[in-house]
Write a protein of this length. Sequence first.
Lengths: 223, 150
Amino acid sequence: MLVQPMVEADSTAVDTDPVSRLLQQAALWLTPKVVEHYDAADFGTWPQEQQDQLRLTVEEFRTLASQVPGDKPATVEQLTGGTTRLQRLIEALGGMIRAEWLDAIHQIESQAEGWANKDGWRTRRVAKKMSESLLGKYEAPQLLIYAEPNLYVLDPVARFVLGAQGSFDLAIQPSYYTTSVYRGDDGQWYTHLDAGKDVSGGQRVPWNEKAFLAGIQQLETLV
Amino acid sequence: MNDSRESWIAAVAREYLAAVAAADLLHENLQANPNYGTSHGWAARDGEAFRENLQATYIIRICAEFEASLRSYWLDYLGQTTQPGMYDLVNHAIPNQSSSQDVVDNADKVRRFRNFLVHDDTDEYVGPCTVQEARSYLCRYISRLDAAWR
């Protein structure tokens, strides 16, 4: 959100720099819309002190952002104050998102583990060190699946990925052939089948036992 | 992995280390003999400029390998026919749910630093970036692309 917007044109004859500069000074993120969906009730399980701190920061951000005129760039004071408060919000919410993401990882891996065990495949979890700028450093389990004679890894990639709300690689070792398991914006988990060696293509199907087994089988044909 | 796209970038990064060692030797020679390069058509200040610009030179080279790789992926592997700018390729056109936002952001940081070096555009300055950081960020980005292409 804090990344400065850039403008590119197909033609080199078009000077995009002035437009880029205008957009960068506009601080498009410094708007009350950023916190418009905040509802204190969503955080009712947090310790009272943290709830109060979050509410205060949201109110400060909202007040500050509403003072920025829609047709003029933000002042240096507004930018600095807005950045500080937005960082505070990110830090506060990061802990909650990380806990939810770790829970989702455990759920997906437990499902895969159960399906694998039904077929007599042994499984093991190993800790993976992860780091995301919005979540900090954390450890998450990878699930190793020994589907003789092959070894597969269900490997959490990140909570913040492009076009999804968290993703895993499902890969056959020691190749790098992979399919993707990811959570869509609707909160449902999906995987790609019939992807061949191209993870970008393939067919999106809901994540379930049938899809898991099909993914395992399809990866095996690639090695 | 020897012929992988990542290895092309890693090879340039290793070449940079060799160049740093060579530049240090050159610097020592120039201190002992400031006319060392005269017979080859260059002066002592050119040798020092070479040493000072080494990191920028190699970051630009690494970025050239990266751009060539992404364009090959886009045109030859994905079969696209358009010519997006590097900003769009790095940030939107190529990455999918397999790429973490951090991986994309870090690759874009290198792209912007390269633009700062080439165009002297201070709007693109995103803080210092070393050759080894550029190698790491760009190789990590490429490692998230399809295995069949790599």
